[in-house]
Design a protein around this ligand. Structure first.
Ligand code: NAD
Length: 291
């Protein structure tokens, strides 16, 4: 039988491997024969991983310590970990979901991902419309910001304009910024070593994070009322399967894709068949709130 995915014997790193999508992905990758380096705040309960690395993506020193334990040649990197922002500050949410992923890529992945390798991030359907001019303009300072300290400064200054910004809005900003930033990395990474970069944008998914989204929306029934044509919430493994594909040899000509795994809900909005819920800027929302 052919190994179409091409993961057998490959070195793969998964963040957020202890729960939800990251855990489901880690199980698939182990099954496909990859040597999985699993990074999370807590021990991933997946048998067969090459190594578990406990780290906090909210702290630069912890990321640096983690990468001291990760091989210098990586075939596929999956940045899955994230926080909802529901019980997190604006800055913490932006740090874990965006700044950490940018830092990891700029500092480690550009040197370590092998020729023809792949980088895949989990962003969110909540990060849609990143490409519309008004939204993109708001994101530019974040994606062009340089190192960790500068990004923290940019985020803190943005928040200071409005007093305190809820972490849930930080979530939207972080996912939009990661989508735009990933798009901007397509050419540099192709020029470097033909490294592909893609994003998976999940709809509401059964995972460790779902209760926090349900709390924000006013209950699990509200979440379940918005499932769209699928008729059910997504399961973590639905996202894991798509991630496994995007990072694999099967997707060898796929880079710069923002794949909404939502059973067509974004398509319905784009086609004008469902109301557009996402073409707003944070500045617009926050200015109206403070007026
Ligand atoms: N569940 C959803 O409805 C949904 C929808 C859209 C996008 N997402 C995104 O999917 C990704 C995976 O989340 P999930 O739904 O599987 O949730 P989850 O809570 O089940 O898993 C997230 C994992 O990330 C880890 N993590 C969180 N903060 C960390 C940190 N600072 N350092 C190290 N590890 C950390 C957690 O320990 C956990 O294992 C996230 O990026 C999330 O934003 C989720």
């Amino acid at each position: 039988m052919n190994d179409y995915f091409g993961y057998a014997g490959k070195t793969v790193v998964v963040t957020g491997a202890a729960s939800g999508m990251g855990r489901a992905l880690t199980e698939i990758l182990v099954d496909l024969g990859a040597n999985v380096y699993a990074l999370d705040r807590v021990e991933p309960p997946v048998p067969g991983i090459a190594r578990s690395i406990i780290a906090n993506l909210g702290e630069r020193a912890s990321i640096d310590a983690a990468f001291a334990e990760i091989p210098t040649d990586i075939d596929a990197f999956f940045g899955v970990a994230g926080i909802s922002g529901v019980h997190n500050s604006f800055l913490d949410t932006l740090t874990v979901n965006f700044i950490a992923n940018k830092y990891v890529t700029d500092t480690y992945l550009v040197d370590r991902v092998a020729q023809g390798g792949s980088i895949s991030f989990v962003t969110s359907n909540g990060g849609l419309r990143w490409e519309t001019p008004a939204v993109r303009e708001e994101l530019v300072p974040f994606v062009r910001g340089g190192d960790w300290d500068e990004l923290v400064r940019i985020a803190s200054e943005f928040e200071a304009e409005f007093g305190t910004i809820p972490g849930s809005l930080g979530y939207i900003l972080s996912k939009r910024a990661l989508n735009l930033w990933a798009a901007e990395q397509v050419s540099p990474l192709a020029d470097l070593r033909k490294i592909r970069i893609n994003a998976v944008l999940p709809a509401m998914t059964v995972s460790g994070m779902l209760p926090e989204f349900a709390e924000m929306k006013g209950g699990q029934d509200k979440v379940e009322a918005e499932v769209g044509p699928a008729g059910r919430l997504a399961e973590s493994v639905d996202m894991a399967r798509v991630l496994a594909f995007l990072g694999s040899d099967l997707a060898g000509y796929v880079s710069g894709v923002h794949l909404s795994v939502d059973y067509g809900m974004n398509s319905l909005e784009l086609a004008g068949l469902a109301p557009d819920r996402l073409s707003w800027t944070l500045r617009g929302v926050l200015s109206r709130q403070s007026a």
